[in-house]
Design a protein. Structure first.
Length: 277
């Protein structure tokens, strides 16, 4: 194929509410020659609502090379659009090899931005999001799940990741075990009728969700507070800790400081004990 004969557009589609699509995205979908999508049946719901009828090519992790070969055989000038089942393509979705091919072959590639569940979940978390780490999808096996959460626990910035409904209970169980003192925000079914966000410490987020079994249904985005700079945080409380020690027992002071800072009790105990000496 002559590289100038193909133009590729990466188009974001709604994550739930079908009205969350830009005029530019609609125009691009209407003007293209073919649409590359994960699941044609799923994409047809949106395309039918918009009155768009185009040739659809299914794309998944196991057929990207075949799709690339098929595109290379297309004749004449073509505009192709890449969409995912929901949200912004390529974010934990197939399409990387296709876009890599386009870039390497000097095929004009344009991104039409739009809906994503990552940013709303971060915005609704109430945590600092000037820096954050996107961890993709929560893994499959128990050992992988534990390692996944333990790695996130080490980070000093806010983390965000996707969890499917059949894994959310395992996820919150491990969070309770590994990060009971961290602030957690869990958003479900973003932009849909049943959208909800639950916020709390890792030690009690499970109780908030388990109030209603319906809370465990849907697609979830989990946001985790970054690791505190514990030494610096406790440095700030030195004067206050001294004042507390003059009025309360060591045990009571540890409990008070722990509740105020969410810092691990053992570390608070060692710090308070050192001040008392």
């Amino acid at each position: 194929m002559n590289n100038l004969e193909l133009e590729m557009y990466i188009v974001a589609t709604p994550i739930g509410n079908l009205n969350d699509i830009s005029e530019r995205a609609i125009k691009t979908l209407k003007e293209c020659d073919l649409i590359i999508c994960e699941n044609p049946k799923h994409s047809l719901k949106l395309l039918n609502k918009l009155g768009i009828k185009k040739k659809l090519i299914s794309l998944h992790d196991y057929n990207e090379k075949i799709v690339i070969q098929r595109l290379s055989r297309e004749k004449g000038q073509k505009k192709a659009v890449l969409i995912s089942d929901a949200g912004s393509p390529l974010i934990s979705d197939p399409g990387f090899k296709l876009i890599e091919y386009c870039i390497k072959n000097n095929i004009k590639t344009t991104s039409i931005p739009g809906a994503t569940s990552v940013i709303p979940a971060l915005q609704l978390s109430g945590m600092p999001i000037n820096q954050f780490y996107f961890a993709g999808f929560f893994p499959k096996t128990r050992n992988q799940m534990i390692t996944f959460i333990q790695n996130i626990r080490k980070l000093d910035k806010t983390s965000v990741f996707f969890v499917s409904s059949h894994k959310i209970k395992n996820c919150i169980d491990i969070i309770e075990l590994e990060m009971g003192d961290r602030i957690i925000s869990i958003s479900k079914e973003l932009t849909k009728i049943n959208e909800k966000t639950f916020r709390g410490l890792g030690s009690n987020i499970k109780n908030l969700l388990m109030v209603d079994q319906n809370n465990l249904k849907g697609e979830f985005v989990v946001v985790v507070e970054g690791k505190l700079n514990e030494k610096n945080d406790l440095d700030i409380f030195d004067v206050e800790i001294n004042k507390l020690l003059s009025k309360f027992s060591l045990t009571d002071v540890v409990e008070i400081v722990h509740k105020l800072t969410n810092i691990n009790k053992n570390k608070v105990y060692k710090w308070v004990l050192n001040i008392k000496k």
